[in-house]
Design a binder for this molecule. Structure first.
Ligand SMILES: [Zn+2]
Ligand SMILES: [Zn+2]
Length: 470
């Protein structure tokens, strides 16, 4: 079929705008073109707020907290308007600025015959889960939770499901709370689906148009979408900030079409999800084995008296230094988790000096520290992955979603509240990821055991038991 040129253009516009909830400045049309588009009902206006049980609700992020809906004096019309402070980072939603959505034809997404270019094979456990996820998408089931242990190879398990969705001409979003995870997934997904346009949306991404059929996105970026996707896959559904910020689940739910399918992926389900599993009102599939067939490493704990005070005065605990020099496998890289950005910065220097003096590293460039507000965050993670860095001190930003093939993992001050049960299970799950080195050491230095530490070890043992290891 030959599509006339102007129709072709409209279809491209549909891909660009359909399924979004946008502010005026996010629509790159001149005033004249835009008012014409409104007249022709190509766009329709959406009120920025709605009334919900006598309270106001922001229609972009779902916020109803009154203190986050203050008034500001408008320079355009001189009145005082309410605006939403909760989602202001995405541009101001106020009673003086409408939201807009596409009201013209829905876009047609290509139907692929054989879109998957991945040539690997799945293990039996992976295949079993992959088939279940694909069935959920094909049959347009509402939701499914895939609970797979760290290192089960959950991304590969998605390939058959994404393939089926593309064969059905569906639009797919793979969302995760963490920008690092989006960056990590982008090349893998693009490689597995070479002919398909894949876009990655996160705070600093170059291309935020969000017009591709297959989109990888932080859950935060989904605040711009509405009924856009046939398939929504939420990776790391238990991760911060998703589980703690209701606006992110609000946005994620709204981004799916009413008839769409949502797949939740997790290695460490939260209480709320476990409750639904026990009540049998959330269909799920459980994958208890890592793809290489070896058990999960169980963390060991070491108590250090006055640990917090030592760390605060930039002093590294003796037991930790001793361990650094007596590791089982010296060729493994070392990944050190600390609870705060300050500690990451403070410990880097004394640690580097110690490692240099003891020939664990040869140059001081082989050790570094990284945290969320580090401008070189991406480069450092990349350098660590390429083994240019041998030792990396990190906050919880690297607790999940990243894979390094051969590392020993340490938590300094494991009793700190940021290391909850899920965090410790995830951190332990960074070790032993590769079939060439399936056993890393996991060591928790603490000044008093916490419930989180005990529960994390118990749940790892439980998963190993369920995976057939005694
Ligand atoms: Zn809002
Ligand atoms: Zn105004």
């Amino acid at each position: 079929m030959i599509v006339p040129q102007h129709r072709q253009k409209e279809m491209d516009l549909a891909k660009l705008f359909a399924g979004k909830l946008l502010l005026r400045h996010e629509i790159p049309l001149s005033e004249a073109h835009f008012s014409q588009a409104l007249k022709q009902e190509i766009f329709r206006t959406v009120s920025p707020f709605s009334k919900k049980h006598f309270t106001l609700q922001c229609n972009r992020c779902g916020n109803t907290a009154k203190h986050l809906l203050p008034r500001y004096p408008c320079s355009r019309c001189g009145k005082a308007h309410r605006y939403c402070r909760k989602c202001i980072a995405m541009g101001r939603v106020s009673t003086c600025s409408m939201l807009y959505e596409w009201a013209d034809q829905t876009p047609h997404w290509p139907i692929y015959v054989n879109p998957c270019s991945w040539k690997g094979t799945l293990t039996d456990a992976q295949q079993h889960a992959a088939d279940r996820i694909a069935t959920a998408i094909q049959a347009e089931e509402k939701e499914l939770l895939s609970w797979a242990v760290c290192g089960a190879g959950k991304t590969e398990m998605l390939f058959p499901a994404i393939t089926i969705a593309l064969q059905q001409g569906k639009r797919i979003c793979l969302a995760t709370p963490r920008a690092d995870v989006v960056r990590e997934l982008k090349p893998r997904i693009q490689q597995a689906f070479e002919e398909v346009t894949v876009q990655a949306l996160y705070g600093g991404s170059n291309d935020k148009t969000g017009s591709a059929q297959l989109i990888l996105s932080t859950t935060h970026q989904l605040l711009r979408f509405k009924q856009a996707f046939h398939v929504m896959i939420i990776d790391e559904v238990d991760a911060f900030p998703y589980h703690a910020d209701p606006s992110l689940s609000f946005a994620t739910k709204r981004a799916v079409k009413p008839s769409g399918t949502t797949i939740y992926l997790t290695a460490t389900p939260r209480k709320q999800q476990l409750k639904r599993l026990r009540k049998n009102n959330l269909p799920h599939i459980f994958v208890p084995r890592r793809f290489h067939g070896y058990p999960l490493p169980v963390p060991k704990t070491k108590q250090v008296i006055n640990l917090k005070r030592q760390l605060k005065s930039k002093q590294l605990p003796k037991a930790f230094l001793k361990w650094l020099l007596t590791r089982e496998k010296t060729q493994r890289q070392i990944l050190i988790f600390v609870p705060t950005i300050n500690l990451a910065d403070h410990l880097q220097k004394p640690l580097t000096n110690f490692l240099l003096e003891n020939n664990v590293i040869q140059t001081k460039q082989q050790a570094s520290a990284v945290h969320a507000s580090d401008a070189e965050r991406e480069e450092k993670v990349k350098a660590y992955r390429n083994r240019e860095l041998f030792v990396l001190v990190t906050t919880t930003i690297l607790e999940r979603g990243v894979t390094f093939p051969s590392v020993d993992v340490v938590i300094l001050d494991a009793g700190h509240q940021v290391f909850d049960q899920a965090a410790i299970v995830q951190i332990a799950g960074r070790a032993g990821r590769s079939p060439d080195d399936p056993h890393g050491e996991v060591l928790l230095f603490h000044d008093g055991k916490t419930d989180a530490m005990v529960e994390a070890a118990a749940s790892i043992r439980d998963m190993n038991r369920r995976g057939g290891f005694v």
